[in-house]
Write a protein that binds this ligand. Structure first.
Ligand code: NAP
Length: 295
């Protein structure tokens, strides 16, 4: 069996087109322009790229966008003061603080200072708790993107054995939680694996849907999956550099071998990656609608 390649770029494009239309309608009918602010502290090159992408995508879709580039030595107090100001700004519906923050800053305190209604990353404990009880305002972007990829490629999740590798707060735990909910695009039987899992292949071989977010290149090999599995590879690992200095990336799955057994699989890059920013835009639109009493 050669797998269907789940093209994240295509699905992201489809969702962005829907969002663009919705944003234009919000403006026309309700004079409402969703607003997203990104806050970057320091000059980490990868973070600058991500923030730039978020800014461009916002502008492309018609979302009002603001960006703060703060010095590396910004104090906790200064950052909290900015968050407080943004929490009160009615033009801003979503606040995104680009992680990681420089080491001297307390990341938790900063994230928890964001008004949960503007927490479009879905990381605030209020939003984590709401997801846990099945009443989320926002789903965190990467797990939300994974669910959309599955739904929009027609993968049946109800009753499926979903195995998640990784238990981080930003990917593993929330996607496991989403898949567990008694809802459309979920309602699965969920297993979570991590570094203390005794026999990982035992679990991964049972998976109808295998979601891997371990951050270890090619950790999942063909002998660890069953024929006909649907594989969502979240991992992004640099495994080398081309002669002209470009990064060579690999997912957490041995793609070439696993695609010969899988029914469907996401590539890296071009799978989950494009979905993450798109879901940030979707959350921002939702935040604006909630603030305006439109949902
Ligand atoms: P993380 O915080 O480092 O968590 C990794 C998790 O995987 C941990 O729970 C760890 O277990 C588990 N793990 C690591 N190696 C394992 C192994 N050999 N067997 C079983 N479990 C293992 O990583 P993350 O933030 O969730 O990100 C995971 C990957 O996804 C990274 O490559 C990251 O770059 C990528 N990512 C991509 C996107 C995107 O938009 N495409 C977004 C977010 C993340 P323990 O808890 O026991 O340590």
């Amino acid at each position: 069996m050669t797998a269907q390649i789940i093209n994240g770029n295509d699905v992201a494009k489809e969702i962005r087109a829907e969002l663009k239309k919705e944003i234009a309608e919000l403006k026309e009918k309700h004079n409402l322009v969703p607003g997203l602010v990104t806050v970057l502290v320091g000059a980490d090159p990868a973070s600058q790229v991500y923030v730039g992408q978020k800014e461009r995508t916002s502008e492309n879709l018609g979302i009002y966008s603001e960006r703060y580039d703060l010095e590396e030595n910004t104090s906790q107090e200064e950052l909290l003061k900015l968050i407080d100001k943004l929490n009160k700004d009615p033009k801003i519906h979503g606040i995104l603080v680009q992680l990681p923050l420089p080491k001297h800053l307390n990341e938790e305190e900063v994230l928890y200072a964001i008004d949960p209604k503007k927490d479009v990353d879905g990381f605030h404990p209020v939003n984590v708790g709401k997801l846990m009880i099945g009443e989320p305002d926002y789903l965190p972007c990467t797990p939300h993107g994974i669910q959309q990829l599955l739904m929009r490629t027609g993968v049946e999740t109800k009753g499926a054995e979903v195995v998640v590798v990784g238990r981080s707060n930003i990917v593993g735990k929330p996607i496991a939680n989403i898949m567990l909910q008694k809802k459309e695009g979920a309602n699965a039987t969920v297993t979570i694996c991590h570094t203390a899992t005794k026999d990982m292949a035992f679990h991964t071989k049972r998976a109808d849907i295998l979601i891997v977010a371990a951050g270890k290149a090619k950790a999942i090999t063909a002998d660890m999956v069953k024929e006909g599995v649907v594989v969502i590879d979240v991992g992004v690992n640099q495994i080398g550099t081309t002669a002209d200095g470009k990064r060579i990336l690999s997912g957490d799955v041995d793609y070439d071998a696993v695609k010969e057994k899988a029914k469907a699989i996401t590539p890296v890059p071009g799978g989950v990656g494009p979905m993450t920013i798109t879901m940030l835009m979707m959350n921002t639109v939702r935040a604006a609608k909630v603030a305006a009493g439109l949902t």
